[in-house]
Design a protein. Sequence first.
Length: 44
Amino acid sequence: MITRSGNNIEIGTSDRRYIMGRGILLWFLGVPIPLIILIMLFWR
């Protein structure tokens, strides 16, 4: 829930957690998985 008070935009804790979770998920998809694929390709 985003509430505006003047020029300040406040984000609720649940939204902040959701955004952080998405960031972690995107990082997990973007960083370790290509490394695992490269390791598997070179392992053979």
